[in-house]
Design a protein around this ligand. Structure first.
Ligand code: SAM
Length: 371
């Protein structure tokens, strides 16, 4: 079946630099938004390029040789990323995830990992530092990432069947190579390792059970992600979403499951464990059970725009502040002001309004902002 392609409108450059508040403040330690949600996690996209062309994320018809990827000098440098990370830590961030595009494609990514792993939380604890990858370069880089201070890793894998996986990544990448990357990460001590599977009805939902069987009784935590209406290039349709409740039903019929409490408030995945002690799975249900009310995540795009929601259509240009020579206190004040103004709850509103098609136009692409 041919993929539907929606040509995206480029919302990357339409954002002004945020205002600097008149009264500057020292790091708040904790800042909350309009819905009383604290700023706790920062996801940093380190490249808008990827070597996969997953049909639901970076379809070839859009992300081809004519696509205007960001030139290198538009990307935040490692020093700029680290400086911003420090500002966010000052407002309570304790967890940082590197993403992309494919983060392992960014040259010398280990150097950035080293710079970030040297930072600590406000009260002196190590940051929770992790990275999401398609694992294509993981076997090669696992040891150097671990040596640089990375603690754990999340790997995306949408099928065990090679033909299905290759149809989804659209670059003929083999499942065995992803599994090799996962094993390499495990053997160097990156963990716990989470495996993310995006489930799209009619494309890979027949892989739910094989994936569950494969990762049961292993140290790896398999998480099923509802196919989301991010961006504008994948032609999202509600009919293609398999609700997490259906995933639990399908797995539970063969391998009984019991619900688990969340590890912490705001955890994205609902947890279930196998009744026979064979480990746990996670369900990320941003379409059918939106978790906006607990969302404590800020996202920094590849060229330094702050997005306060995965489904936002615009970001706030923090790089403009850095490159205009603003001080840490000024940038810190701007970030606190932006977070306090945050009222986004797109997924909840979509759940209320959805009649089959996603409503908001100009949503930013997942490959640009990271997952
Ligand atoms: N390249 C890295 C990777 O493959 O994990 C990191 C970036 S990728 C954009 C992050 C995650 O977003 C992946 O797990 C991917 O499957 C997921 N993703 C992309 N588009 C999605 C969509 N429309 N719905 C749900 N998840 C999506």
């Amino acid at each position: 079946m041919a993929e539907k392609i929606f040509i995206l409108s480029d919302s990357r450059s339409q954002t002004p630099a945020p205002a600097i508040p008149a009264i500057l403040e020292t790091p708040t330690g904790r800042v909350t938004d309009q819905l009383a949600r604290p700023l706790h996690d920062l996801r940093i996209s380190v490249t808008d390029r990827c070597n996969f062309r997953c049909v639901y994320c970076m379809p070839k018809a859009v992300f081809n040789k004519d696509y205007p990827y960001l030139p290198h000098d538009e990307l935040l440098s490692f020093e700029e990323i680290t400086r911003l990370a420090q500002v966010f830590i000052g407002h309570g961030v304790e967890k940082i995830r590197l993403t992309g595009g494919e983060p392992l494609l960014r040259k010398n990514i280990e150097k950035l990992v080293g710079m970030l792993s040297a930072l600590t939380t406000r009260d002196g604890r190590p940051l929770d530092l992790t990275l999401t990858t398609n694992a294509s370069l993981l076997a090669k880089k696992a040891q150097s990432l671990k040596d640089a201070g990375l603690q754990r890793i999340t790997v995306s894998l949408d099928a065990l069947d090679d033909a299905v996986f290759k149809r989804m990544n659209d670059v003929d990448f083999a499942v065995a190579d992803v599994l090799r990357g996962i094993d390499a990460a495990h053997s160097v001590g990156l963990g716990p390792i989470k495996i993310n599977m995006v489930v799209k009805r009619g494309m890979n939902d027949q892989e739910i059970l094989p994936m569950a069987r494969h990762f049961k009784d292993t140290p790896y935590i398999l998480r099923f992600i509802e196919y989301m209406d991010v961006g504008a290039s994948n032609g999202w349709n509600l009919d293609e979403v398999i609700p997490s409740s259906e995933v639990v039903k399908r797995i539970g019929a063969e391998m009984p499951l019991l619900p688990l409490d969340p590890n912490y408030q705001g955890e994205t995945a609902a947890r279930w464990r196998y009744a026979d002690g064979g480990g746990e799975i996670g369900l990320i249900s941003s379409v059918t059970e939106a978790f906006c009310s607990d969302c404590t995540r800020a996202r920094l795009s590849t060229e330094g725009k702050l997005y306060t929601c995965l489904f936002a259509s615009g970001g706030h240009d923090l790089r403009a502040l850095i490159r205009a020579g603003r001080s840490d206190a000024e940038i810190s004040g701007a970030v606190a002001q932006l977070w306090r103004a945050r009222g986004d709850r797109y997924s909840e509103q979509r759940t209320i309004n959805t009649s089959g098609l996603s409503g908001r136009a100009n949503k930013v692409e997942m490959s640009y902002i990271g997952g």
